[in-house]
Design a protein around this ligand. Structure first.
Ligand code: S3P
Length: 172
């Protein structure tokens, strides 16, 4: 835990970080919800997919680092959902309490592909274009997420409302 009163949600693509952030804020309105991908799109006026295609992944990671540094310096009382690779930034813990949303890959894959807007969900994620590559990326990150987390929340098959309730309880 850190001195900053933010909750930082990390985890693989499609695990439900944004949905949980919105539900946490609904249940605890003293927080404000932020999303690092949205912040980067707003900062650059460019979609994530386009940043990957034109500037490349390295440039995107640098934008994530800039976002992390700014959040650590300036933001309190926020629930911050992050892109699936944000956990790699330096100084993650300085931003707030890091909560890892843990789930198995097949559940994540079904959650994305069975959503009513599945096409859109897949299209906007450059690192989820090939399912086997995504599975390999998941495996390569699996342990790393847990290492940087203060709290691990198993989200497989759980509904967002009860997850938010139990997380708020854990955080006191
Ligand atoms: C990424 C996850 C994406 C987005 C970018 C890279 C990753 O966010 O930041 O496409 O490296 O896992 P979501 O986790 O919201 O899909």
């Amino acid at each position: 835990m850190t001195g900053r009163s933010n909750i930082l949600l990390i985890g693989f693509m499609g695990v439900g970080k944004g949905a949980l952030a919105r539900e946490l804020v609904r249940q605890e309105p003293s927080y404000y919800a932020l999303d690092t991908d949205d912040m980067i799109e707003s900062l650059t006026n460019t979609k994530i997919k386009k940043i990957f295609a034109t500037a490349g992944e390295k440039a995107f990671r640098a934008l994530e680092q800039k976002t992390a540094d700014w959040l650590a310096r300036n933001v309190t009382h926020a629930v911050i959902s992050t892109g699936g690779g944000f956990y790699m930034v330096e100084g993650l813990q300085k931003i707030g309490t890091v909560v890892y949303l843990k789930a198995d890959f097949d559940w994540i894959y079904r959650r994305i592909t069975e959503a009513p807007n599945a096409k859109k969900k897949l299209k906007k994620r450059p690192l989820f274009q090939d399912v086997e590559k995504a599975r390999a990326l998941f495996k390569s990150r699996y342990e790393a997420y847990e290492k940087v987390a203060d709290i691990v929340l198993d989200v497989t098959k759980k509904d967002t409302q009860s997850l938010a309730r139990s997380l708020l309880k854990k955080l006191g």
